[in-house]
Each structure stands twice: as C-alpha cells, then as structure tokens.
Design a binder for this molecule. Sequence first.
Ligand code: FMN
Length: 323
Amino acid sequence: MSLLQAGMGGVAGAELACAVSNAGAAGCAGGYKLVDGALSALLDRLTAGTDRPVGLNLIPEVVGPDELDRQVAQVLDETPERVYVSLFGMPDDDAVFERVVAAGRRLVVQVGTVEDGARAAEWGAVVVAQGIEAGGHLLGRSQRDELIAALRAQLPDACLAAAGGIGSPAEAARAVAAGADGVLLGTAFVVAHESRAHSYFKAAVTTADGADTVITDLYEIGWPGRRHRVLSTAVTRDPGQAKTFIGRTVVEGKPYLVPRFSSAVPTDATSGRIEEMAMYCGLSCGAISDEISAADVVAEFARVLPSAEVVENKRRMESNVRR
Ligand SMILES: Cc1cc2nc3c(=O)[nH]c(=O)nc-3n(C[C@H](O)[C@H](O)[C@H](O)COP(=O)(O)O)c2cc1C
C-alpha cells in the first residue's frame, strides 16, 4: 500500500513500525543516533515483530558521514532484505545511496526541494516530498502540494509520496490529486496506541489545531541549525529562559538528563516538565482527535490511496507511452 509511516526518533519504536507493517502499510522505526548494541537491539525487535517489509530511518545531518556509514552497515549486515532504509534529508555524497541500492534494499528519501528529489530519484528511491505543513524538522520552504506538483513535472516516472499536514483521508486525496502516489504520515501516528510518545504529548496533539503549532529553531540542543514545527509551549512563547535541565529520559536502557531546548521528544520513558519539551506536530493535528491503534490509522487512509500494484502499473504504462 502506498502509505508510509514516518520513522520518528524516540516515538516510532519497533512496536509502532511492526504494527503498521502488519496492517499492510510501510512501518518504519526511528534510528536517530543509535549505533552498536542499542541499534542492534532495535533491529532485532524490528525483524522479530513482522515478516513484512519494514524500515529503519536515519538522519544524515544529525550523525555525520562516518556514523551514518556505521549505522547503514549495521542495517545491511544485521537485517534481511525486506528491511528498507529511510533517510531524512540528503547525505553528503551518493555513496550511501549506492551502498543501499547495491545491497538490494529499497530506499526512501525525504526531501524539501525538487533538486534533492531529482538526485534521490536517480537511485530509484521512493521520494517523499515534505511541505512546511509538516511536524518535526523542515527540509525546505515549499508548501506540500506545490512541491509534489513540481517534482511530478520533472520526474514523471518517480515514485512520489507527500508528507506534511496530512491528518485526514480527504487531505491525503488532495496530495494524490497534486501528483503523489502515496503519503507519509507522522503526527497521525504519534497518537497511535503503539507510539512511544509521552501520554501528555499524545493528548496535546488530539486537542490541538494548526494554529497551536509554530515553526521555530529553538529546540536545537542535539540537532542545531534546522527549523522545526512543534506545538507552541512556554519555551516557544518565552525563549529567554535558562538552559537548565528540565527532565530525565531513558533511551535503549541508558539514562539521560533533558535540558530545556533539547531536540529530544518526550517519550513514555521521559519525566519532568513534559509541557516544555519539543512536541513536534504538523498542521495535520487539526484533523486528529482520537488516540487509536496503528491498524485503525492504516485502515482509515487505505480507502483513498492507490495500492502499490496500481502505482507500479501506472508508472510502467506512463513510461511506455513516452517511449
Ligand atoms: C514527533 C515527530 C518526530 C519526527 N521525527 C522524525 C525522524 O526522526 N526522522 C524523520 O525522517 N522524520 C521525522 N519526522 C518528520 C516526518 O518524517 C514527516 O516529515 C512529518 O511528520 C510529516 O508531517 P505530519 O506530521 O503533518 O504528518 C518527525 C515528525 C514528528 C511529528
């Protein structure tokens, strides 16, 4: 099915990714900064939890080229071929794409510009076009459907998914009408039962609408220099506060202190001043009012999305017509 779940660091663990894949869509776990034993533990749970295709998301600009290489090597060495690699943003050079593709893995790359989309499409990647309606870090400055339309005009044969602000099947249908083959959802899965988002964060998403979100660059500790859309908080309203610790969290068994302005999302293992932490959230929240199971989210959107088979046939026919 042409529905992808965003691999959200901290929020999308193996449980959410596997539930989505088992429901027939493309689940994805957030790899974020995990390496070595911590990444292996996640990969083990991911492959044990589903027999279907499922992904691992990595963020080139957060870890840098050497660490990214190590993470990719681990995925390729430790998982079966059905585990796909999802990248948020572009790596420094194309060697990473080459390596993933040479290993027979499917590649999903989220981009914010036509130029980056064209570069990823050269490697046969599923190109996810992210608009500024999106929750989380923002890769570009375009509206979602403008970017999709521009990418479609330049890449008639590419497999394109739209991301940003999609909280209802009607909005997904609009993205498909603009030229997308499918959609990628983040915020809609934050509130899933299987998501590891903190209960305060989930509840806040269900009651918020788009006007409760802001684009800022304040939550920069751990991921500097990229704008992000979050729920507005006391921190975004009054950025002059001290960079003191405001909570604690645990990631793959290791404890951490959470400073104010940390890029880390509050999870079910986080305590402290949750209401001041980075609650990434898209304009999609306006259409999301209930915490439901991942399978129910998938079923809701499946109604309006073309099946993967239909997308593949359509692309094949269109490229035949042009030959
Ligand atoms: C809580 C949260 C965490 C996110 N973390 C990541 C991440 O680790 N990697 C990634 O590729 N995208 C991440 N994203 C961005 C999504 O990939 C996607 O662009 C966005 O969720 C789409 O907009 P929507 O939230 O309105 O559906 C995150 C989004 C949210 C809401």
